[in-house]
Structures are given as C-alpha cells and as structure tokens.
Design a protein around this ligand. Structure first.
Ligand code: NAP
Length: 289
C-alpha cells in the first residue's frame, strides 16, 4: 500500500479552512503568519513563495519581514520582539539556518512559545517530553503521527523503530509515539545490527538523510515504512529508502516526494491556527483527524 501524503494534507487543509471561516464569522481578524527571513538564500525564497501561496489559498494572512544577511543580533532581536508583541501576528516562522553572528539559542528562547509554529522554543520542546499537550509540537514528528492515524494504523502496543535521534525528528517523535502507547526503539549511527532491529519492528520511521540507504534487508513483508528522509541523488529527489527495491516487498510505504513532506507543509500552517487558538486561551485545541 502506498501511503500518500496528499489526502492527509487535504484533510488538514479542510480543517484549517473551517477554522478560518469560524474566526471570520465571529468577527475576528484573520489568522496571521509572520515570516522572518535573513538574507536572500534561494531555498528560503522558494520555500517562502510556497508558504505565501498556501496561506493565500487558506485565508491566512502572511507577511514577510526580510532582513540583511549581516544583521546584528541586537537589530534581529528588535525585529523579533516587535513580532512577539504584535497582537495581529499569531505565528512566527524564522527560516534556518541563521548566519553565524545570530545566536540561535538566544533566539529560540526569545520567540514567544505561543507564536512558535516551528517548535524552536525550549518551552514547546519540553512540553513534548513532559506530555503537556498545551504547546506546539515540531511539524515533522506530528506529520508522521497524523499520517499513521489517517491510514488507521493502531499505535497502541505497536513496536516502532525510529532511525534518527535528532531534536527535529527522532527524539520528539519517540515521545509522541510513547504518548500513543507504542513501544519505541530509537536507533542511530552507533546502533548495532540495524537491519535486525528494524526488521523486528512493525513500523519503521527512517530519517538518516542518506538517499536509498535502506534496502530490502531492513524490512519484512509486514513492515509499515515511513520515510522521512529528503535527499537528492543525481539531481533527483529521493527518500532514505530504496523505494524501487523495497516498495513491492513491504506492507505499506510512504513515497518521496509526496509522502511525509506534503503533510509537514500543511501541519506548519495548521500551527498558525493552533497558535491563534492558544492566544485565545484554548490550550487544548486539537484537530479531529
Ligand atoms: P540529522 O540531525 O543529520 O540526523 C540524522 C540521524 O540519522 C542521526 O540521529 C544519525 O545518528 C542517524 N544516522 C545517520 N547515519 C546513520 C546510519 N548509517 N545508521 C543509523 N542511523 C544513522 O538530520 P535531521 O535534521 O534529523 O533530518 C533527517 C532527515 O530528515 C534528512 O534527510 C532531512 O532532509 C529529513 N527531513 C524531512 C522532513 C520532512 O518533512 N519530510 C523534515 C525535516 C527533515 P547519530 O545521531 O548517531 O549521528
């Protein structure tokens, strides 16, 4: 079975549109996203264009603040603080990586947690680890959970191997899986006999960032494979899993592109709504997926 991201993203999109509509009917100003971009990196500009297009489609207001690549830390903080204090701005997205003169840790601590749609703030990270559902989780781990739920995979009691231990993916995802009562094995570059560990799991999440790294020997015919990797091989986008060699011999697999990444992009915008609701005092707001 091919676990495409689009139907999952479409479902989330409908929920965003509904929330925007409800807000409008209640006479409130539209949800607003502030994008803070440093410099003119082609990747950032392309990403920004996609976000602005999606926001326009969904009825989310979006405003870009572009600052010079050599902006000082003091000047950057002035801009960030003004977005933090702007009552019309619900979500703030800061493109990363940031240039060296900007202190990433201080910026992560400075962004208001209730406006932090991309989980930079240690406050939001801590909430994931303590099981407090009043924060905003990182987009990709949430996308993995939403995708599994959409395709009705029961997580309760399942053995899940997560091959990644970064703060962007593996660690928070493992906490979200634990909260769903999965039994989680976190793997990394020092894990011994990885094919044995992943073959023993019912669900395998891959995020090593190495194109076509996982061949048939890492899975069984019962494996549900969630490929989070985004890599370029000979100019072509591919996942961590050798899709051609593996897809026929596992129970289910996500494609790359068109899998987890598609869901992640929509989750980011759902977080603007989540941020808006948090600022209205609705701390337990959850989508209905
Ligand atoms: P990262 O910080 O480089 O983490 C890579 C992880 O893979 C580390 O935990 C590393 O182990 C592990 N690893 C590397 N080689 C391995 C090996 N041979 N065997 C087992 N584990 C190995 O990368 P990241 O930021 O988490 O991103 C991971 C991937 O996800 C990238 O391809 C990125 O493009 C993709 N990504 C996708 C989305 C999406 O929405 N689909 C979003 C974000 C990221 P150690 O800790 O031991 O080094």
């Amino acid at each position: 079975m091919l676990l495409k991201g689009k139907p999952v993203a479409d479902k989330i999109k409908e929920e965003i549109i509904k929330a925007v509509e409800e807000r409008k009917n209640a006479g409130g100003a539209p949800p607003k996203l502030a994008v803070l971009r440093v410099g003119e990196r082609a990747d950032d500009v392309a990403y920004e264009t996609r976000i602005l297009k999606n926001c326009a489609e969904l009825g989310i207001e979006a405003e870009v603040t572009a600052v010079d690549f050599d902006i000082s830390m003091i000047d950057f903080m002035v801009v960030l603080n003004s977005l933090n204090e702007d009552t019309k701005t619900h979500g703030i997205l800061i493109f990363r990586p940031l240039p060296r003169q900007l202190d990433m840790e201080a910026i992560s601590r400075a962004i208001k947690p209730e406006k932090d749609i991309d989980c930079m703030s240690p406050v939001n990270a801590e909430k994931i680890f303590t099981g407090d559902q009043s924060g905003i989780p990182p987009c990709t781990p949430e996308a993995v959970i939403e995708l599994l739920k959409y395709y009705q995979y029961e997580l309760n009691g399942k053995n899940v191997a997560v091959v990644n231990r970064s703060m962007v993916l593996g660690k928070p995802l493992s906490m979200l899986l634990l909260a769903e009562n999965a039994t989680v094995t976190i793997c990394h570059s020092k894990t011994k006999d990885l094919p044995r560990v992943t073959s023993a799991a019912e669900i395998v999440v891959t995020g090593v960032g190495k194109g076509k790294f996982f061949g048939k020997n890492y899975f069984t015919e019962h494996s549900i494979v969630i490929d989070v990797g985004i890599n370029t091989e000979d100019g072509i986008l591919c996942g961590d899993v050798d899709f051609k060699g593996v897809s026929e011999s596992v129970a289910a697999i996500t494609p790359v592109p068109g899998g987890v990444g598609t869901v992640t992009s929509m989750i980011l915008l759902a977080h603007v709504i989540r941020a808006m609701k948090l600022q209205q005092g609705e701390t337990q707001w959850k989508r209905n997926l």
